[in-house]
Design a protein around this ligand. Structure first.
Ligand code: PMP
Length: 461
């Protein structure tokens, strides 16, 4: 019996939650009970290296006392006040702290409680922006085919992630999708290495805008470095620069979804800063709270925010938990921790080392591509490296195998992807806390090696 099978047996009794709990891979739940830095422990005191930072959010590591202290103090002082009726100090302090991280020109943040809400808010903000300027007809949001922007109805409508949406279709709005612009699988790149997934894929967005009618298009939304939908992939240089020009030309807002990549994960504060491009709206969530509280944020550029200043009721939006004081105090403590420990720099330096180590994974014949930036690394799997066909075991069969092999080797992994219309392989995201050093990065790489070796034998390779 493997260690994982033993854990499954031991935890089975207390975890019969049926379909009403978001179980992903394991047949039975492993219950995580405590964490410290990059490590987590299950109910039987088995220790795992958390190579995915909770869910790409626990960027400062688990169990930080500084954050617990800030939470306690704020909860004792004022846990909640309605943001529709009052301002509150922790939220103001937090948005100022966020502005130290955002690029020049981004001073404000609309605080919500998740990445999906941050993107919903961005979509609505873009729409009202056009409305206030007399362009009521601009409502469509274009996105890339292989993308994930959230699970709420609006965010799902702009996502191109079949595994998470097919059972929900038709969605409320079926917005147009542009090419994924993924170098490893670009339909337009030529065999001699001509990189069409730069400018040419961006031009495909322009054609979509023209076909749809520019007077109907409100925004283009994209992840600069893709997460769950395409593990660590990003377009070739020239893409984002050209997208900026196109958006300017057609009065379409350029929204970057930095829910996973933002707040340091890729070795820059925001992933879009790897390119010399200024978007109109940035969305964030995961690393913004380090996982210590459910927080998301929508950050408009000054030129967008200004339009709302002249409007009587401002942005026509809000949720009960918006600008939550307790969450805001936690968020400030998390961002201060990031500053105090230079975690963005660390992500860049240690990320480069981990990336080098991950290149070793090409020794497994089912590894097709290793990519990413900073500590956001993706590995894509294939059945055949020449044809790039997905593994025959593609989808949940392969992903469960990988996840469980990881647990057996004491490492938490995040498999995803899967064969869709013959175009994509499965993948795994490697996104450890930004606090790790080279030694721990080696530990991540070594445990991934052991995991891939086990997966290879299970697949008979
Ligand atoms: N956008 C991106 C890029 C994400 O990675 C995610 C979460 N995986 C979301 C949006 C949705 O965020 P949440 O799960 O907090 O709603």
């Amino acid at each position: 019996m493997t260690k994982h099978e033993k854990i499954q047996r031991q935890t089975r009794a207390g975890t019969d939650l049926g379909g009403m709990f978001p179980r992903a891979f394991a047949d039975e739940f492993v219950t995580i009970v405590h964490g410290d830095g990059p490590w987590v422990w299950d109910a039987d005191e088995n220790r795992y290296l958390d190579a995915i930072s909770g869910n790409q959010n626990v960027n400062i590591g688990h169990g930080r006392e500084e954050v617990a202290k800030a939470a306690k103090e704020q909860l004792e002082r004022l846990e909640y006040t309605s943001s529709m009726l009052f301002a509150n100090e922790p939220a103001m302090e937090y948005t100022e702290k966020i502005a130290e991280f955002t690029p020049d020109g981004f001073e404000k943040t609309w605080l919500v409680s998740s990445g999906s809400e941050a993107n919903e808010s961005a979509i609505k903000m873009a729409r009202q922006y056009h409305y206030e300027r007399g362009n009521q007809g601009k409502y469509k949001v274009i996105s890339r085919r292989r993308s994930y922007h959230g699970n709420t109805a609006g965010a799902m409508a702009v996502s191109g992630f079949p595994a998470r949406k097919t059972k929900m279709e038709p969605l409320f709005a079926n917005f147009p999708k542009a090419p994924s612009a993924t170098p490893y699988r670009c339909e337009r790149c030529d065999a001699d290495g001509g990189h069409a997934c730069g400018v040419e894929c961006a031009n495909a967005v322009e054609r979509l805008i023209q076909d749809e009618g520019p007077e109907t298009v409100s925004a283009f939304i994209t992840e600069p470095v893709t997460g769950a939908a395409n593990a660590g992939a990003y377009p070739h240089d020239g893409y984002f620069e050209r997208i900026r020009e196109i958006c300017d030309e057609y009065d379409v807002l350029f929204i970057v979804d930095e829910v996973m990549a933002g707040f340091g994960r890729t070795g820059e504060n925001f992933a879009i800063e790897h390119w010399n491009v200024t978007p109109d709206i940035i969305t964030g969530a995961k690393g913004m709270s380090g996982g210590y509280s459910p927080i998301g944020g929508t950050m408009p550029h000054r030129r967008i925010a200004e339009v709302f200043e002249g409007v009587e009721d401002g942005f026509q939006h809000g949720h009960t938990f918006c600008f939550n004081p307790a969450s805001a105090a936690i968020g400030t403590a998390v961002l201060e921790y990031m500053d105090d420990h230079d975690l963005v720099d660390n992500a860049r330096k240690v990320g480069a080392h981990l990336h080098d180590r991950c290149e070793e994974f090409y020794e497994y014949d089912f590894v097709g591509d290793v990519r990413g930036k900073g500590l956001m690394i993706g590995v894509e799997f294939v059945g055949d490296r020449e044809t790039k066909e997905p593994l025959p075991e593609t989808g949940s069969e392969f992903q469960s195998l990988l996840f469980e092999a990881g647990l057996d080797n004491g490492i938490v992994t995040y498999p995803g992807g899967g064969h869709v219309d013959g175009q994509y392989g499965d993948h795994v995201l490697i996104t450890p806390p930004l606090t790790i050093d080279d030694e721990l990065a080696d530990e991540v790489a070594n445990r991934m090696h052991a995991t891939f070796a086990d997966v290879g034998s299970a697949l008979g390779r």
